[in-house]
Each structure stands twice: as structure tokens, then as C-alpha cells.
Design a protein around this ligand. Structure first.
Ligand code: ZN
Length: 292
């Protein structure tokens, strides 16, 4: 849903509330504390969307227990922020978002982090399958021309200390999964791929980096030797490399001043967007994931 549609569909706080109540409860409003349906809408002046539970006597609203709870940020701003984040090709800085929705940078950043956290948990348990490309790269620090790979930790610390290693696997024409590993050793790669792909129905493609041999015994594994060529019929890693270049564009263009500790959430946002790239209902599906 683009900005225009969001503004049109949800012109008031009440409209946002109605929408979320419908997504979360349909026709059966339920107390989030005791799951009772013996609840009634409160009639209060000035506060919309409060409910009373007759079973446990709590008072609640549709946001209770979600990322939007207790923030005092008007719901419309959440809606617009989500729409802007989804549609921002190169991601969106908190300064820019703050200006767009008239919120201070800190609050805008806080909203984004909550949204990214929710994005991170989507599709967590679905394993990749089919033709899967895996690759690692380094993000952060200053952009440099030749991104030399080092698989020795000491070397890593000395030469590219400001860069963060990231690992990913992507289905051809499908979804991506990513992580920020401790290092890019064979063990880290093995652990990541074990959690990301279904080995029974997967053919793995990587470049010649030897740490990928750690999974060779568990899944059919094809290697493209980049020293010789980049594509050998269907054996290539162009899909994951395309994904990485998007991540890097967003990072260097938008988030370059952030640090390592936030990388997992930025990566989660990039991965979520990639996985939703062909879904025209990603906005409502996201809300459904949060509230449904
Ligand atoms: Zn209750």
C-alpha cells in the first residue's frame, strides 16, 4: 500500500483502530490478558478504542501486547511509517522518516526498530529449498573497491574491523534468509545453513570459498570457481550477489553511521522486503502477522 492509499483509507485514528480491531478480532473481541470474550467497549471521552473485560476486570485496547503498545505515537504515524519503509527502495533513515511524519528522530528510530524486529520474525521457521545460492559478504566501514575476503579471524579484526560479516542463502526466484554470524568459519556457515535450508530438497550453489565445504556432506553442493568464470550454465551465485548489492546500497546510502549491533535488524528489513517484493498486499499481510 503506497502513501496515498494509506492516507485515503485511514484518514483518522478511529479508522486505524477499526482496521486493527478487525484484523485482530474480527467479530469476536477478546481480552488479551485472560482470553475472555466477555468484554465491552468503553464509552470514554477523549480516549478511543478502550475495552473492559468483565472476567478479569482489565482494561485494554487492540494494541495491547503488540509493537505499537504504549508509545503515544498516533496510529496514523505507524501506518504511514510502515508504508514508507515498505516502499523505500534504499531503506529510509530515521531523520528522513522523522521529517516525513513530524516526529523527532529518536522516536522515528524507535518505531523503525520495532517494525524491523517484527519483520525479523516473519517466516522464521520456513526452510529454503530447491536451487539455493549461499554467500557471505562484509558490510560497513568505508566502501572500497576490492572487497577482499579473509577467513582468518585475526586478519579480519585487523584489516576490516569496521565491516560486519553477513551470511545469506536465497532460493532462485524465491526467498532469502540472512544472518549476522560471529565469523565466516566453516562451523558458522554450517550452523546457518542447517537452520535455513531443507537439505532433503535442496541443491546448494556457492563460490569456491572453502568454508562452504562444511555442508558438502549434508546437501548436494555445486561450486562456481570465480577465478575461472562467474556463470557455468545454472551454476552461479548472481542472485545472492544481487541481493547483497541492494543491502549495500541501502547501508552506504542511508545507514552508514550505524554500528554493528544494529546490523541484524537492517538485514532483517532488507530480507523481508526482498521476500515481499512481489506481494501487492505486503502492508496488510504485515499487519495480519502482527495482529492476526
Ligand atoms: Zn480479561
Amino acid at each position: 500500500m503506497n502513501l496515498f492509499t494509506v492516507m485515503q483509507r485511514f484518514p483518522t485514528h478511529r479508522d486505524c483502530l477499526n482496521y486493527l480491531e478487525d484484523v485482530r478480532w474480527g467479530d469476536d473481541p477478546e481480552c488479551p490478558y485472560c482470553q475472555s470474550n466477555d468484554v465491552e467497549r468503553k464509552q470514554e471521552k477523549g480516549r478511543q478504542g478502550r475495552w473492559n473485560c468483565y472476567t478479569c476486570t482489565s482494561s485494554f485496547n487492540v494494541l495491547s501486547g503488540t509493537i505499537m503498545e504504549q508509545t503515544r505515537i498516533p496510529l496514523q504515524k505507524w501506518f504511514v511509517a510502515l508504508s514508507l519503509m515498505i516502499n523505500a527502495k534504499k531503506s529510509l533513515s530515521s531523520c528522513q522518516l522523522g521529517r516525513d511524519i513530524e516526529l523527532n528522530q529518536k522516536s522515528a528510530w524507535y518505531m523503525q526498530q520495532r517494525i524491523r524486529t517484527a519483520m525479523a520474525s516473519e517466516g522464521e521457521n520456513e526452510l529454503l529449498q530447491g536451487l539455493v545460492e549461499a554467500d557471505e559478504t562484509f558490510v560497513g566501514g568505508k566502501p572500497r573497491k576490492a572487497n577482499k575476503r579473509v577467513d582468518d579471524n585475526k586478519e579480519l579484526g585487523r584489516k576490516v574491523s569496521k565491516k560486519v560479516a553477513v551470511l545469506g542463502a536465497v532460493e532462485r526466484g524465491g526467498r532469502v534468509k540472512t544472518t549476522v554470524p560471529r565469523d565466516v568459519s566453516g562451523w558458522s556457515i554450517y550452523r546457518f545453513l542447517k537452520s535455513a535450508v531443507n537439505p532433503d530438497v535442496t541443491t546448494l550453489i556457492t563460490d569456491e570459498y572453502r568454508a562452504y565445504n562444511s555442508v558438502s556432506g549434508t546437501v548436494p553442493h555445486y561450486v562456481i570457481k570465480h577465478e575461472e568464470r562467474y556463470v557455468d550454465d545454472w551454476v552461479h551465485t548472481n542472485t545472492i550477489e544481487g541481493f547483497w548489492s541492494g543491502v549495500k546500497r541501502a547501508w552506504y546510502g542511508t545507514h552508514h553511521h550505524y554500528t554493528r549491533e544494529y546490523m541484524p535488524l537492517y538485514l532483517a528489513e532488507a530480507s523481508w522486503k526482498y521476500n515481499e517484493r512481489q506481494n501487492p498486499h505486503s502492508f496488510s499481510d504485515f499487519m495480519q502477522g502482527l495482529f492476526g
